[in-house]
Ligand binder design. Structure first.
Ligand code: NAG
Ligand code: NAG
Length: 785
């Protein structure tokens, strides 16, 4: 079956499986992972109230490797439900109600490495002979109320790594039963009540090198427990002893410490230790013994009691042990050992140690690793001086304190220091003035550093520099950093626009982590992106973790996919484009003007608009007095044909809303022509002059005379409409007609267009110029009254 076939088969099976969901199964309702994947290898079905396993239940999960069925209500188990799950490795069926398992079905889980069957209702710990076929088994968990001599005989030949025995309710133990086991680590939860019939640790304990004992509870005296531990310590080959969840008085713990100090035990670890009384100083012989490493973790302490002689905590500094860990124990103090100590490693994490620890302490000459992570140290200046007496110190971890830079004097570090962890403090830029010169790994992450000082060039051995989660706005200048640098972490800073040059300077650094910064995706970033592409082998997380943060619309876009257009980024192209557009526009305008006479149209429309505006505003009643016509027309005889056949019909139109005084038509006998004309002018609201070279030569002088008399030009030139029928060259106008010259110069006339298409607009404009809402006097009354 090909992968694709398998996928689709699985898909169909899954579909059928989801379709058959029953509400009571939390398997489907709550526990099903959000993204149900057929390729999922882990399935957690704990706390699901499952009472029976159906063969169909897991069929879709053919890749299942880890299955957690703990805390359910299974009463019986047939392993044949897993017959298709050949990859199954870890199975947790603890905390169910199993009384029996179907031994013959064990062959279906032959590949299993971890089985936890503890905390069920099994009465005996007997493992049937089919367990011998589980040859891959390395980790086994069991619980029982009774353990008999040959219960483990079927796995006796198997070399296991861990065996867990939850024996809180053990009632009967047949001596020697555990001897059959063969495991590196045995973890026993001791019976709640120890009686002579269940003292399992009395056996010669040669089955494992690591022993973990949990749940030891003794309020006042712990004789039975101590006796058992003593048996283990005296007679066994155990070299690593772990005591977990211990509740006892401090002096009883003292006895255990004393017993272990000179024994086969090399590593003693005490997890979750609760004192039941006060903590006071007690003399214990802690001179050099077998113990190499002692760990206290999660100590719930009681009140410290000072005797007049000794601070109770001095007991720890007196210990002759190479490695001591006291973690999460509310430790406030650790005194400088009186005699030269053999401490190589002191791990005092998650406590309440404060400034001043180990100042002027000259006995910690063997210390190599000092860890003060998560305490309340504040003044950074104490740290170098503390190390100056520690000639072997290689690794110092003061991360997660409250350290701030307060240097005022020259700082003196231990020369041997190679690893320095300052992360998660409040350190600022001045730290670069004071760093140990031989340091190889320097962790300054999660501080308040905004730029990297040139002083960094003194650290010639620097190999790794951690500066993530600070306030850097630029990539540090790698030319100031040791050429040995192979790792640089400047993730999660404030680098918006990283410079290509600075990145190039760092090209010898094998691993650069800079991805998670708030990149501003604009043209400036292009150069960086292409350099990054070139150096991608050195950039961890390229390209997927390099994303734009700004501008908003590009947020989340991967830098590699951000391609601003060449035009928007190149100033020359941009300028060229603008100039080009303007040139094209100008050429276009030129053609419009040349071939379509655009200025003429513009002028006409402008005049039309202006007239419309003026008509509405500037006529007063006295202007209207005695007017009978809208306009009078004056023209040269040579232009008579044009006036008669074009001008008058086009102005008056059919609706006769405009009345023209045409001296020929409205001629009054007995008057001279000039008198007729003057009368016409006086009865008309406006005067139209049809100008042409003929007009200038023949008639102009008359009108000039008249205008001079009435000074019409000056007073109300709004009422004067000049039509230029034919162009009049300037030289044709005699100098004495200065008025006309001025008018021609200012182009306050309407040009008669020669192109027929423009005539419509010309007439409309002219009509608009003449049209006024004036109340003309009655038609009947004579022109002369
Ligand atoms: C003790 O600590 C030192 C320094 O960290 C380490 O090298 C050594 O392996 C440790 N020894 C034991 C016994 O754990
Ligand atoms: C420094 O300490 C922190 C924990 O406080 C740890 O996560 C980090 O890995 C350490 N740095 C180095 C370089 O070991």
């Amino acid at each position: 079956m090909s992968d694709a076939h398998r996928f689709w088969l699985n898909f169909l099976l899954l579909y059928a499986f989801i379709a058959s969901i029953t509400p009571e199964d939390c398997f489907y309702s709550q526990k099903l992972p959000d993204k149900l994947s057929l390729l999922d290898t882990k399935l957690n079905l704990s706390y699901c109230n499952i009472t029976r396993l159906q063969p169909s239940t897991f069929r879709t999960y053919l890749n299942l490797q880890i299955l957690d069925l703990s805390y359910n209500a299974l009463e019986e188990l047939d392993f044949s439900v897993f017959q298709y799950h050949t990859a199954l490795e870890k199975l947790d069926i603890s905390h169910n109600k199993l009384r029996t398992i179907k031994c013959s079905s064990l062959r279906y889980i032959r590949g299993i490495t971890h089985v936890n069957m503890s905390y069920n209702y099994f009465e005996t710990a007997f493992l049937c002979k089919e367990f011998a076929t589980l040859t891959q088994l390395r980790h086994l968990g069991l619980s029982a109320t009774r353990i008999d001599r040959y219960d483990f005989v079927n796995i006796a030949h198997q070399a296991l790594e861990t065996i867990f025995l939850g024996l809180e309710h053990l009632q009967r133990y047949e001596s020697g039963s555990l001897q059959l086991l063969n495991t590196e680590k045995l973890h026993v939860v001791l019976p709640q009540v120890l009686t002579d019939s269940n003292l399992l640790l009395y056996d010669d304990f040669n089955i494992s090198t690591t022993l973990e004992i949990s749940h030891v509870l003794c309020e006042e005296t712990c004789d039975d427990t101590i006796r058992e531990v003593n048996m283990v310590i005296q007679k066994s080959k155990v070299s690593k002893l772990i005591l977990r969840n211990i509740t006892m008085p401090w002096h009883e713990m003292g006895k255990i410490l004393q017993l272990s100090w000179h024994s086969t035990i090399e590593y003693l670890t005490i997890h979750r230790f609760t004192f039941t009384n006060r903590f006071y100083y007690e003399y214990i012989d802690f001179s050099k013994g077998s113990l190499k490493s002692l760990t206290f973790e999660n100590v719930i302490p009681n009140v410290f009691l000072y005797s007049s002689v000794q601070h109770p905590l001095n007991i720890f500094s007196e210990m002759f042990v190479e490695n001591l860990t006291i973690s999460n124990a509310e430790l406030t103090y650790f005194s400088c050992p009186v005699k030269s100590s053999i401490f190589q490693s002191l791990v005092l994490t998650n406590n309440k140690l404060s400034d001043g620890i180990f100042q002027n302490c000259e006995t910690l000459t063997n210390i190599q690793f000092l860890n003060f992570q998560n305490n309340i140290l504040e003044r950074l200046s104490y740290i170098p001086s503390m190390t100056s007496t520690m000639q072997s110190l290689k690794h110092l971890d003061v991360s997660g304190n409250r350290l701030y830079t307060d240097f005022n004097t020259i700082c003196e570090w231990s020369e041997s220091l190679l690893v320095l962890n300052f992360s998660r403090n409040k350190i600022t830029d001045s730290i670069f003035n004071c760093l140990p010169t031989n340091v190889e790994i320097l962790d300054l992450s999660s501080n308040q550093i905004s730029s990297v000082g040139k002083e960094l060039n003194r650290l010639r051995s620097l190999k790794a520099l951690y500066l993530s989660s600070n306030q850097l706005s630029h990539i540090p200048d790698c030319s100031y950093i040791s050429t040995n640098l192979i790792y640089l972490n400047i993730d999660e800073n404030l680098i918006y626009s990283p410079s290509k040059e600075q990145l190039t300077k760092c090209q010898n650094v094998k691993q650069i982590i800079i991805g998670k910064n708030k990149y501003q995706c604009n043209c400036d970033l292009k150069a960086f992106t292409s350099t990054a592409e070139m150096l991608h082998e050195n950039l961890i997380g390229w390209p997927e973790s390099f994303m734009c943060e700004y501008p908003e619309e590009l947020k989340g876009v991967i830098l590699k996919n951000f391609h601003p257009s060449e035009i928007s980024c190149n100033i020359f192209i941009l300028v060229g484009l603008i100039v080009g557009t303007m040139v094209v526009l100008m050429i276009f305008m030129f053609f419009l003007c040349k071939y379509f006479d655009l200025p003429w149209y513009i002028r006409m429309i402008f005049q039309w608009l202006r007239r419309k505006y003026r008509v509405r505003n500037s006529y007063r009643d006295e202007d209207m007095m005695g007017k009978r016509f809208h306009a009078f027309i004056s023209y040269s005889q040579e232009d008579y044909e044009w006036v008669k056949h074009l001008l008058i019909p086009n102005i008056e139109k059919d609706d006769r809303s405009i009345k023209i005084c045409h001296h020929e038509r409205d001629f009054i006998a007995g008057k001279t022509i000039i008198e007729n004309i003057i009368n016409c002018i006086e009865k008309s609201f406006k005067s139209i002059f049809v100008l042409s070279p003929n007009f200038i030569q023949s008639e102009w002088c008359h009108y000039e005379l008249y205008f001079a008399q009435h000074s019409l030009f000056g007073k109300n030139s709004n009422n004067l409409i000049l039509i230029l029928l034919d162009p009049i060259p300037q030289y044709l106008i005699p100098n004495k007609y200065s008025k006309l010259k001025a008018i021609m110069k200012h182009r306050t006339y309407m040009e008669w267009p020669k192109v027929k298409g423009k005539h419509g607009l010309f007439w409309a404009n002219l009509r608009e110029a003449i049209q006024t809402d004036i109340p003309l006097e009655d038609e009947e009354t004579s022109v002369f009254n």
